[in-house]
Design a protein around this ligand. Structure first.
Ligand code: F6P
Length: 548
């Protein structure tokens, strides 16, 4: 792969960035009444408006050239065809195969991918129906009422985010609870409200070695056996989702109760595999299938749309433009839909774990900022918290605004009020309020020149804050599938443009390894590893002051 910063388009974009920093978005809108038509695109269920991004025709063309020079088409083919593009782990990256229900001849590691995917989906369907129909019985012959999903990171965030997004559609067949934190407070608060006779635990861990998940799973088994008092009963109350059959068996979960996933599915892209089992249990298999269908639609769009209309590619190009060229180091995700309240957390993992890298594919240090810091919360709550800084702080934070045309639940005028805020915020961030405007507003309010002079600078809003607006038809299962797949492909394109390997997470492994050494030291005073004085001091204080 070529060094990105030497590409002609990269050099051209650097020059354009200097110019664009001097240009105000409101002037671009004033100059061109067709800006919205030019810089927005629609696909079924999604309107994508990026006209409030700091680009002009010239930058747009340069970005499209960058995508071509980075060979996005060839990389896209490599991914969809199962080439091992996760070069540091020697794996294919095939989460797209999980939502393609057509039979194909793709063979990975001696397995026909579509056969194993469809077989596993069939197994999920039968299991879900059995549990939801009341045919799956616990050790005392009672039906399941509560599902407890234990997993962390990619084995938790996707299912929990989708569950939260779609809970308006749930019937009351089952309740679902998620446990991800090894902080005992979380599992204790779930266990105290459920009944072992009517609870099904889903232990989700690709590796089945993740310390937090294994600790929570062990606590759940102990709690269960306190009541059941019979190890045979575990088979009726514990199922696992994993690639590691040895470990699941060693844990005591019968093979027929293990749902498989594969090495070619990365944790943070695994919601479409059996990792999504809690979603299917909660909402029914049809809803899970609809999520897959929505994502498949986007896979088709991503593969067939021209670059100029290709939403995930445009999302990636805009992110690289904002971060690596304009120097904006963070990006806010602002859903104006309560259903999507976990989206920022989900995308934090998706984007930052994927592209938070400092070396390129060849292992050489890159000369540009890669991923921005992703953060956010529901827009309305954010408005009353951090938006002050978005409007008037001296850092610029590009934002994705996401809302739906139809609410999941219609209550009086709530949705119009919600959407008024959505529209108002993107407009205000872009337009700002200049000195002249502040002056005439204050004059109209009868303020004296002296009072105006005192207030003027405080009331100026610079504007020129870029945002993208996404309007979904409605947050339903298909829409959730579409939205997540759009971001997944964005992350993929962003990684290719930045020339980083988006599929590993060595930075996470570092902390995991050290934590397990320290855990041994906390449990046994005779074990001592060398640490810096701060870590030694913190550990000593903890050991001295802990009461148990
Ligand atoms: O956070 C690091 C990570 O490796 C994620 O990529 C993964 O989703 C998560 O841990 C959980 O891993 P596992 O599914 O193996 O328990």
């Amino acid at each position: 792969m070529s060094c990105r910063s030497q590409l002609a388009s990269w050099q051209a974009l650097k020059l354009s960035a200097n110019k664009m920093k001097e240009t105000h978005l409101k002037d671009l809108f004033a100059k061109d009444s067709t800006r919205f038509e030019q810089f927005s695109t629609q696909i079924p269920g999604v309107l994508f408006d990026y006209s409030k991004q700091q680009i002009d025709n010239n930058v747009f063309e340069q970005l499209i050239t960058l995508a071509k020079e980075c060979d996005i088409t060839r990389w896209r083919e490599k991914m969809f065809s199962g080439e091992k593009i996760n070069i540091t782990e020697g794996r294919a990256v095939l989460h797209t195969a999980l939502r393609n229900r057509a039979e194909s001849s793709l063979i990975i590691d001696d397995e026909n991918v579509s056969s194993v995917v469809n077989a596993e989906l069939h197994k999920i369907k039968l299991f879900v129906e059995k549990v939801r129909n009341g045919q799956w019985l616990g050790y005392t012959g009672k039906t399941v009422k509560d599902v407890v999903s234990i997993g962390v990171g990619g084995s938790n965030l996707g299912p929990q985010m989708a569950t939260e997004a779609l809970k308006s559609y749930a019937d009351d067949t089952l309740k679902v609870h998620y446990i991800s934190n090894v902080d005992g407070v979380q599992i204790a608060s779930v266990l105290k409200n459920i009944d072992p006779e009517t609870t099904l635990f889903v232990i989700s861990s690709k590796t089945f070695t993740t310390s937090e998940t294994m600790t929570n799973a062990k606590t759940a088994v102990e709690w269960f056996l306190d009541s059941a008092n019979d190890k045979q009963a575990i088979a009726k109350h514990f199922v696992a989702v994993s690639t590691n059959l040895e470990k699941t068996a060693a844990f005591g979960i019968a093979n027929e109760n293990v749902f498989t996933m594969w090495d070619w599915v990365g944790g943070r892209f695994s919601l479409w595999s059996a990792i999504g089992l809690p979603i299917a249990l909660y909402l029914g298999f049809d809803a899970f299938e609809a999520i897959l269908e929505g994502a498949f639609e986007i896979d088709e769009h991503f593969q067939s749309a021209a670059f100029e209309e290709n939403i995930p590619l445009l999302m990636a190009l805009l992110s690289v433009w904002n971060t690596s060229f304009l120097g904006y180091e963070s990006q806010a995700i602002l859903p104006y839909d309560q259903a999507l309240h976990m989206l920022p957390a989900y995308l934090q993992q998706g984007e930052m774990e994927s592209n938070g890298k400092h070396v390129n594919f060849e292992g050489n240090k890159v000369a540009y900022t890669t991923v921005p810091i992703i953060w956010g919360m529901t827009g309305i709550n954010g408005q009353h918290a951090f938006y002050q800084c978005l409007h008037q702080g001296n850092v610029v934070v590009p934002a994705d605004f996401i809302a739906s045309v139809e609410p999941q639940v219609s209550v009086g005028e709530h949705h119009d009020i919600l959407l008024s805020n959505f529209f108002a915020q993107t407009e205000a961030l872009m337009m700002g309020v200049d000195a002249q405007q502040v002056h005439s507003d204050l004059t109209a309010k009868g303020k004296s020149e002296a009072e105006i002079a005192q207030l003027l600078n405080h009331k100026i809003h610079q504007g020129n804050r870029p945002s993208t607006s996404m309007l979904l038809d409605k947050v339903d299962a298909k829409a959730v599938g579409r939205l997540i797949a759009l971001y997944e492909h964005k992350i993929f394109c962003q990684g290719i443009i930045l020339n980083v390997c988006s599929f590993d997470q060595w930075g996470v492994e570092l902390g995991k390894g050290l934590a397990s050494k320290i855990e041994a030291e906390l449990l046994d005073d005779h074990i001592n590893h060398p640490h810096d004085s701060s870590t030694n001091g913190l550990m000593a204080y903890y050991k001295q002051h802990r009461t148990q």
